[in-house]
Design a binder for this molecule. Structure first.
Ligand SMILES: Nc1ncnc2c1ncn2[C@@H]1O[C@H](COP(=O)(O)OP(=O)(O)O)[C@@H](O)[C@H]1O
Ligand SMILES: [Mg+2]
Length: 257
């Protein structure tokens, strides 16, 4: 028997403008539970805006987005949204930023338990036990009592991932999680994300790491000028793109000289 398919994200006709700059011009897609979606596309095409809209870090101007599956939260952003609904909507997803944004004056362990203890009001010992497990998962158990400045960029980014997971989101959103890292540190972060995909987390990853997207994702969205120009499995969108603009973009990334 096949398991019932549940979409953890259903986004329909999402629009977002900054002033008269229309950045998202009607974006629709779904992300099935336990799958990874890579978002690729030229700089300025609206990838970050889309990810921040999904998380409601910036509210879209219009569009209906359901995050979290059957028990999740659906918001119609063309209508007024109550603060309570917005808070419940935001709690469905975790966000990993381009550069970590950890609290500099808190230890690694405190950074990971901050959200569960102060936002979710979970018991501190329980949150710590979970945090230790997450730190093991990202390979940083021995760094629990260190401060962010004592860690490499790759280690800081892995703490950022543990911190997002600690809130037990239904979906984890990554905005170019390796683009601020020195090249030799990229692999350790991608490897942690790959492990999450294998474990069955539902992930959406904006990335320029094309080989990673090809290996790890189930679906690739190619964004261009505020729309999804092409979407499908990586073997199609990356391996055999239909659109000329997708081909040009991939060619520029894969053959920069
Ligand atoms: N907070 C903002 N205020 C005004 N314009 C913005 C803001 N964020 C993004 N933009 C504009 O939206 C467009 C898309 O940006 P972005 O989503 O960051 O693209 P990408 O992540 O694909 O490089 C750009 O033209 C950018 O200048
Ligand atoms: Mg961006």
């Amino acid at each position: 028997m096949t398991e019932p398919r549940e979409d953890r994200i259903v986004a329909e006709d999402v629009h977002k403008a900054f002033g008269d700059n229309e950045v998202l011009k009607g974006v629709s897609f779904t992300v099935p539970r336990g799958t990874s979606t890579a978002i690729i596309g030229p700089s300025g095409s609206g990838k970050t805006t889309l990810l921040r809209a999904l998380a409601a870090l910036d509210k879209p101007d219009a569009g209906v987005i359901r995050v979290g599956g059957e028990d999740g939260v659906e918001v119609d952003f063309s209508k007024p949204v109550s603060n309570d609904q917005l808070r419940r909507y935001r709690a469905q997803s975790g966000f990993v930023f381009q550069s970590h944004n950890l609290f500099p004056h808190k230890t690694v362990l405190q950074n990971v338990t901050e959200g569960p203890v102060y936002v979710q009001k979970r018991p501190k010992d329980e949150a710590e036990a979970d945090a230790v497990e997450l730190l093991e998962q990202v390979g940083l158990a021995e760094k629990r009592d260190q401060y962010p400045f004592q860690l490499s960029g790759g280690q800081q980014q892995r703490v950022g991932i543990a911190r997002a997971l600690a809130l037990k989101p239904k979906v984890v959103l990554f905005d170019e999680p390796t683009s601020a890292l020195d090249p030799e540190l990229v692999g350790e972060v991608l490897s942690v994300i790959k492990d999450l995909a294998v474990e069955g987390w539902t992930l959406v990853i904006v990335t320029h790491e094309i080989q990673f997207a090809k290996q790890v994702s189930d679906q690739v969205l190619f964004t261009d000028q505020g729309v999804i120009l092409e979407k499908g499995p990586p073997a199609e969108v990356i391996g055999d793109p239909k659109e000329e603009r997708t081909r040009q973009f991939l060619d520029r990334i894969l053959n920069p000289l």
